[in-house]
Design a protein around this ligand. Structure first.
Ligand SMILES: Nc1nc2c(c(=O)[nH]1)N[C@H]1C(S)=C(S)[C@@H](COP(=O)(O)O)O[C@H]1N2
Ligand SMILES: [Mo]
Length: 530
């Protein structure tokens, strides 16, 4: 049966080609890992292509990814990239068994894509960043050609070649070459990881060795009564490990505090300066409870947290640099913060200098900032959403104008100016909970940073608004807890909350999306009382 036999032999060859393709791709990634580990960690092809994908993802899709995958969104992306690469590797491997040059050209094309992505990264330091992708692609193409040549020598197992002789030796030759390749690739990859980790260890050591000075202006003891006793309510102070994380960094920057620098320059800066961390730490530090909120937080969503931050007052640094706030005739109205990973965020200079506790934070909940939250230094401006104020891994502050420059998110259609909207959230009961009839405690948080919360009301179904009990207010920049004892009757009920802020404004009923300047509307949960 020649038809069956040739079909089988084609199948065998395809399977060999596919394996060769996967091995070539693996080698390419491993060599790229080694080179990036030696040259500059974070410039490997998966990292830079992932970064490019994140930057080009339309805001609604990004929002969807954050919502759906939460803080795993980046693992999902990395897995997706690897899955796509594997499929292409299989295709190129099969192609290479008949058209070796075309297969190799395909691998090189991917090297070019990786190199272009590396150059396009906002934190690219130049042509050296293409090395990992270039070296990986060359190694991959070489392995593909070598093994594809050996694979085609392997005869059809069902054919006349037999088990011994030519067939056996070519099979052994392919296996040996594949084995050596795999061993070399695994070693290269492991060595690359080692170099990358070693760089990270310098950063870890610098963090471990950092002792935060006692703040000159410590935060007042957290007032008694800010924490409601209602079971199921959020903690008043969010622990650093529970604190939400939102950023575009595929791999979290690990910066060595000993080599870190912050530059302050730009329009109206008469005395530009560069600071080391020690210089910042030698200044009088403040400690404050501040609630940070993400503009991507849906009504009722989790992207809000309250921590105790230690930092350097930013307005003082700006004054020393010669900056004058716009209201007093200053030339710059926008402060653009840049991070080590190339992020840009723009805050109104007026807000930073109006007396609020805008700071360059070095501590979070009594410890140096965690890497995830911006070690060694991040910016915080109470009252503004994170994307226009809370630059993590900050390295540069440039004074400019809103007219002259649009930072990262603004280029992606988010608002230039984004003060935090008055909002409230029901923490308990959870949506679709089935509490027993009788007294049910409804509780949650409300926030209107800079304005504070003066009233929270609860409505059951279409009933009247009823005042909730307010926990103590720690300050205008923190959220405030509330609770309400509900005499719950059997059946399905909608619970809705609304807050009133310190200006007397009642949280709007009008629903808006998160883009362009934050979600509005009222949080409501449905429960079935049994
Ligand atoms: N370097 C950098 N800083 C950043 C971001 C980022 O993507 N990169 N995201 C901002 C956004 S959108 C928010 S809401 C806050 C979140 O800070 P957190 O992750 O510490 O909670 O960081 C801000 N600072
Ligand atoms: Mo955000």
């Amino acid at each position: 049966m020649p038809g069956v036999s040739s079909f089988r032999s084609r199948l065998v060859r395809a399977a060999l080609g596919a394996s060769v393709g996967i091995l070539a791709a693996f080698t390419a990634l491993a060599v790229a890992e080694l080179v990036s580990g030696l040259v500059r960690p974070g410039t490997g092809p998966v990292a830079v292509v992932g970064g490019a994908v994140i930057d080009r993802t339309p805001a609604p899709v990004k929002d969807f990814a954050i919502r759906t995958f939460g803080e795993n969104d980046k693992s999902v992306l990395q897995f997706g990239i690897l899955a796509v690469l594997a499929l292409i590797a299989v295709a190129l491997g099969i192609l290479a068994t008949s058209h070796r040059r075309a297969g190799a050209a395909g691998v090189l094309l991917f090297g070019i894509i990786g190199a272009a992505a590396a150059l396009g990264r906002p934190d690219s330091t130049g042509i050296g960043d293409v090395l990992p992708s270039a070296a990986g692609a060359l190694a991959g193409a070489f392995v593909l050609c070598l093994l594809a040549a050996k694979a085609v020598e392997v005869p059809d197992p069902a054919g006349a070649g037999g088990e011994e002789g030519v067939g056996g030796s070519s099979r052994r030759g392919l296996l040996a070459a594949a084995g050596v390749t795999a061993a070399v690739a695994i070693s290269a990859g492991a060595l690359g990881r080692f170099f990358t980790d070693r760089q990270g260890q310098g950063a870890v050591a610098s963090r471990d060795g950092l002792v935060l000075p006692t703040p000159a202006s410590p935060a007042p003891a957290v007032p008694v009564g800010v924490q409601s006793k209602a079971p199921g309510i959020s903690a008043f102070t969010t622990s650093s490990s529970d604190f939400y994380r939102v950023d575009t960094a595929l791999t979290v920057p690990r910066i060595d505090a000993r080599t870190w620098r912050l530059r302050i320059h730009g329009r109206g800066v008469t005395r530009p300066r560069t600071y080391t961390l020690d210089q910042l730490l030698a200044r009088p530090l403040i400690e404050r409870d501040i609630t940070l909120t993400c503009v991507s937080n849906e009504v009722g969503g989790p992207y809000i947290g309250n921590a105790r931050w230690i930092g350097v007052p930013l307005a003082d640094l700006l004054k020393e640099a010669g900056v004058i706030p716009p209201a007093r005739g200053g030339k710059a109205d926008q402060l653009v913060a840049r991070s080590a990973d190339g992020m840009t965020l723009g805050s109104p200079v007026e807000d930073v200098m109006d007396g609020r506790d805008a700071m360059l934070a070095v501590g979070m909940n009594g410890e140096p900032l965690p890497f995830d939250h911006g070690f060694p230094v991040r910016m915080l401006v109470p009252g503004l959403y994170g994307y226009v104020s809370a630059c993590k891994w900050i390295t540069d502050i440039e004074l400019t104008t809103f007219e002259a420059y649009d930072p990262y998110w603004v280029k992606r259609k988010w608002a230039r100016r984004a003060p935090i909207k008055t909002q409230s959230r029901i923490d308990t009961p959870k949506p679709f909970a089935r509490p027993a009839a009788g007294t049910v405690t409804i509780a949650g948080v409300a926030w209107a940073q800079r304005r504070g919360i003066t009233r929270v009301e609860i409505r059951i179904d279409d009933g009247p608004w009823q005042d909730a009990d307010l926990a103590a207010q720690a300050g205008v920049d923190t959220w405030r807890q509330w609770s309400y004892r509900w005499d719950a009757t059997p059946g399905g009920h909608h619970i809705t909350v609304r807050a009133t802020d310190g200006t007397g404004l009642v949280q709007t009923e009008q629903r808006t999306r998160t883009i362009p300047d934050g979600a509005s509307g009222r949080h409501s949960v449905f429960v079935t009382v049994t």
